[in-house]
Design a protein around this ligand. Structure first.
Ligand code: GDP
Ligand code: MG
Length: 282
């Protein structure tokens, strides 16, 4: 029988563990990621003759190198290459939660979005056009309530189907504006010309990480291909200097602004509506 590796990713408190428990029940075990004290929960789910091995990643807001949790999550994705990431988001806080989604999509890994806590969102009068959201993101979106199990089967079926299709990684390209895009293009070209720098990372992702001065990616780049790394660092320095001089800003801030801009454009035009008839006032 085919076995698929599925990673559960999401912000802290999005209901990831609740969903994981609802799906795997007693068929789970807890260990640690190798060499560190971060807990690793794994479990299984059988579906129509295939077996899903689910791994509950640490909750993160981002995929930078700022915390052990973020490093663990992204290392797992890059090195273990799960067929699908089940990205659990808090539907009542969608805009903020999509910041991680966008980064998962920039990595290129196939994503299924679990629009969790849809009950809480509905209770607050938040209406989400699920089909339109899915169409705009071009990934499956399934409303769920992890606490009651609502949407669980649909989520698992969609995930298993996507896993079986075995899509190659297909990174999302966001525009980062006229100060950054040309540098990304240039770095991408250098990376492709030199052969891939950091094992399995998409070239544009690597380029972004050089702009963010990501310590882990820089370290690996210097080890694997010092000559290429030097070129990339030089392009990144140039951009950083330029942004400092012209905007008194820095690449990470501009990158974050554009990601949030991308998300807010995505949610415009009625994808998320706040109706007046909320059950409760917050
Ligand atoms: P994690 O940090 O992502 O693992 O989140 P947890 O699974 O620990 O859940 C955080 C809190 O949200 C818990 O109190 C859950 O009972 C609650 N929760 C999880 N899923 C849902 C849901 O779909 N609806 C509601 N209303 N609460 C939920
Ligand atoms: Mg948890």
């Amino acid at each position: 029988d085919p076995q698929y590796l599925i990673a559960l990713a999401g912000n802290p408190n999005c209901g990831k563990t609740t969903l994981f428990n609802a799906v795997t029940g007693a068929r789970q075990h807890v260990g640690n990621y190798p060499g560190i004290t971060v807990e690793k929960k794994e479990g299984f789910y059988q579906l129509n003759g295939s077996s899903l091995r689910l791994v509950d990643l640490p909750g993160t807001y981002s995929l930078t190198a700022y915390s052990l949790e973020e490093l663990v999550a992204r290392d797992f994705l890059v090195h273990e290459r799960p067929q699908v990431v089940m990205n659990i988001v808090d539907a009542s806080n969608l805009e903020r939660n999509l910041y991680l989604t966008v980064q998962l999509m920039e990595l290129g890994i196939p994503v299924v979005l679990a629009l969790n806590m849809i009950d809480a969102a509905e209770g607050r009068g938040i209406e989400i056009d699920v089909e339109e959201l899915s169409r705009r993101l071009q990934i499956p979106v399934i409303p769920t309530v992890a606490r009651t199990g609502r949407g669980k089967e649909a989520l698992l079926e969609t995930t298993a189907k996507l896993a079986a299709e075995n899509h190659p990684w297909n990174p999302l390209h966001i525009s980062y504006g006229p100060d950054i895009d040309p540098a990304l293009d240039e770095m991408e070209k250098e990376i492709i010309a030199a052969g891939l720098l950091t094992e399995m990372l998409p070239p544009r992702w690597t380029a972004l990480k050089y702009l963010e001065a990501d310590e882990q990616v820089l370290k690996k780049g210097r080890e694997n291909n010092p000559e290429l790394s030097k070129k990339l660092e030089s392009i990144a320095h140039h951009v950083t200097d330029h942004l400092q001089k012209t905007l008194e800003s820095y690449p990470e801030a501009i990158i974050a602004d554009h990601r949030y801009g991308f998300i807010s454009a995505l949610l415009k035009g009625g994808v998320v509506k706040q109706s007046q008839k909320a059950d409760r006032l917050y």
